[in-house]
Design a protein around this ligand. Sequence first.
Ligand code: HEM
Length: 330
Amino acid sequence: MMKSSNNFKGYSLLVISLLLCLGVRSQLTTDFYSKTCPTLLSIVRKQVQNAIKTEMRMAASLLRLHFHDCFVNGCDASVLLDGDNTTEKFAFGNINSARGFEVVDAIKSAVESSCSGVVSCADILAIAARDSVLLSGGPTWRVLLGRRDGAVSSATQANAALPSPFEALDAIIKKYTDVGLNITDVVSLSGGHTIGLAKCGTFDNRLFNFSGTGAPDSTMEASMLADLQSFCPVNGDSNRFTALDRNSTDLFDNHYFKNLVDGKGLLGSDQILYSSDLAGSTTKSLVESYSKDLKLFFTDFANSMIKMGNISPLTGSNGEIRKNCRAVNS
Ligand code: HEM
């Protein structure tokens, strides 16, 4: 009897150490706050509704914040931290560009008044992104929750991890595969550009002297090119904004993909999903499918958002629940 109980203890210890060695982490779940903050989802929904009633573009800005959070060091709210010019807010893709921080503050303070100290800023971003898509006419999904907030925010890491609009398709695909996403995720998530705006400076490289050729990007459709050349003239204001999807700017639909098929993608990184050489063997056929099949796009987008929201979360006793989304707890 004594011997078998010792055997059992030894076996349990072995299993526990094996699990620890394998780094088994707690999983995110949809009901994480069901006891500690049962009203969380309705509080966030109301705040996002208010924010986009004031400014429709805020839906796009909140969606992008979640993307920029998750690609850098996992979904840990690192993008929200204030700090000096070494922090994520100062990375190329964020500086003078990422926005919505005041809205996140408002959501956080509404959440804190009902359930103090239990909901992470990283989870708030994930829910706000889902609500932004839904309230723009897009699909919905059950958001996985239980992320905790990190303490590190690095512009250098963000510059290395965030895709740039000037990059080639192989480099972009690599940035997705580096965080565990695949080619379907590359294409479906790029569909986030069905809402929101971009500055001239992010696509004017295509308008006059593309890659040193002395000519515009030949993959851009002629009337759109003419339009954008006068909207973003050489030596004009590179901070002027125009719609990523000129067809239905505020509506989350599949026009982004129809645009790509018509040569009307705004960013170089958008159009190469359809027009580059590599697209033929990787992304082009999915762009075509999404351009014809809204339902397929919605299903894939929702699945990819869940995958993106699962990039290296801090869970269990790792990280913390920030009191203020802009600063680590002292
Ligand atoms: C190859 C990948 C991507 C690149 C190179 C890229 C690049 C950009 C750029 C340059 C802008 C304009 C920023 C500005 O002018 O201030 C932008 C805006 C935006 N991006 Fe992306 N993006 C990518 C993927 C994504 C993904 C995966 C999502 C979401 C799922 C997303 C959502 C958005 C949204 C919604 C906006 C508009 C934001 C606003 O109006 O405030 N992007 N992106």
